[in-house]
Design a protein around this ligand. Sequence first.
Ligand SMILES: *Cc1c(COP(=O)(O)O)cnc(C)c1O
Length: 370
Amino acid sequence: MTADRRFADMLHHRAERLGRGDPVAPPLISATTFHLPGLENAAYKYGRMAMPTWEEVEEQLAILEGATVVGFPSGMAAIAAALMCTLSAGQTVILPADGYYTTRLLADRFLAPLGVKIRLIDTKDVDSADFTGASVVFLETPSNPGLDCCDISLAARKAHAAGARLIVDNTTMTALLQRPLDLGADLVVAADTKAPAGHSDVLYGHVSGRDAALMARIAEWRKLSGAVPGAFEAWLLHRGLETLEVRLARMCASAGILAERLSSHPRIKALRYPGLPSDPAHAIARRQMQGFGFLMSFELESEEKAEEFLTRSAYVTQTTSFGGTHSAGERRARWGDAVAPGFIRFSVGVEPVEPLWDAIEQALKPHAKG
Ligand SMILES: *Cc1c(COP(=O)(O)O)cnc(C)c1O
């Protein structure tokens, strides 16, 4: 099924259930308790077990993922669930050395003390890595913030041959631009906080997978740990998902244009965007992604010049997240990422591309001191 068809199905996911006079948009139901005279056939009992408004979102995401989906209150809650449900004492997890920093911290601070062994591999070395001895291989491709890519199908074959499960953090791509489950991954985790919610005002995450027993365990983890999404956040994410495809189309098209212009700008060094034919990740990105995304990274000559560029860019907000409607940039070294001081991760928003380019070009111009 093409992405376009999935998206049309997602928009109309409530149609079959609608009766005359029903609201077309899902109602926001924040009830924690439900009328329960006898337990038989009660769809809802208590809010920690299931809530109607999460289920609306899970239905949308299930159509996009082609899989069972369990929602969580943040991307990290989804990642924690996936790792807790697949690892036990004495086992080894392989994590990306250059991926989302908090995933490594979670493993260091909470999984290692429970007896889980941690191996770190750079994303660019995953294709040639040996997974022997691992129980879980966790990937992020393109990785955040370096934007290296690895081959998901190859990793799935190697992981399965080693008796390991493959988990892919698909946050930077979303289910519309990359389909790790189709490529053999056992679980996908994602922060819907980013492009899916898309307006920089919701924290949300999900786990998706096609192994019914494993997904039941993920759902049980949510119920027992209490890491449940809020109804209001679910309602906002439902609304955000309705425009995900049109936002992504604009963001990815603009990113392609900006990456090409920036890559030949004399002040920009080491630009990474998987869509550029010269990028080291381009070949694998073309094979396994349905678009090249809205994230790029580049370096300016120093910390000072990078900060100056960000301050002077009229349409670039300085925030620590990505995937929102506003273009956003930040110097990742300030969070301790292993990158150069002038390294900027740049998330392209939905601004029309020419005014955005004008603002960027203006901010890169040498200007008189004082
Ligand atoms: C943001 C992000 C997360 C965590 O998401 P939260 O909703 O902030 O918990 C996980 N992985 C990646 C790649 C991210 O960018």
